[in-house]
Design a protein around this ligand. Sequence first.
Ligand code: 4AZ
Length: 287
Amino acid sequence: MKCIQTETVLCYIFLSFYIATGQDGMLQKPEAQQSGHRIVGGHDAQPGELPFQVAIQRKFYFGSGSFHWCGGSIIDSEHVLTAGHCVFGLPTAELIVYAGVLNNSWQTAQENRVVRHVTEVFLHEEFDIDTYINDIAVLQVSPGFPTDNPDVKAIPLREDIAPEGLACTVSGWGLLGDPEETKPQILQVVALPFITHDTCRHIYRNYTDGSIELGMNCAGYLEGGKDACNGDSGGPLQCGGLLTGVVSWGEKCALPNYPGVYSDVAYYKDWIAQQLARSRTKFIFRM
Ligand code: 4AZ
């Protein structure tokens, strides 16, 4: 959304309202922004089904409370993996992480809910907001996640290239379905087949608003119908119990021949390990 000069004040008032009403920002590539087609075919997640899923929210400027922004995955006792575009340009102090919840409303108390502040953001040094190349970030939370909560658990990272067609799930609190622009309060999950980098690059070959670059993989059906969407960014593509992708972008949602695009966890395994090491070193020096 662009604000032109003569209408700047009105536009910003509108923009604040737009954000406050929970229309997440930044979740499609800027050129591909626009909705109308949204996640279809998902269903409510069951308690304990996706204990690694977190909701990343942004705190309101005034008063208490927060609004949904992105998804993320717990990767160890004090770190969350998410998309670079979810944290790009945002103050660390504005972010808050909810784990162990199916309902992502900050007002809804839930037995196993764990709320954590973000203490450090490690955004990929070469993240490109125009192309979404290197759309990945590690968040350090404080204090660390509990070890005895059945609804809060880390997911191991995939280190090899997943095979074509592997059964995966993607999950999140992103937009639900046409025509209503509602977002679910309950975490949604949908099963999808994995699409390798090479195949996806071919599928998107004639697309002019983006391309499948190194470090990107995909998931979905060529006939469309099941996909991640606005508000799911940063969340997990899980295949065979391993974190395989991070929701990144796509041409709208659930369209035929435009599968969802993910940051490839195996491709970034060394980068992720480096960030975890950096984070731990910083922690030692902070004491
Ligand atoms: C988004 O805006 C978004 N269909 C996420 C995934 C896809 C498109 C948009 C892929 O969060």
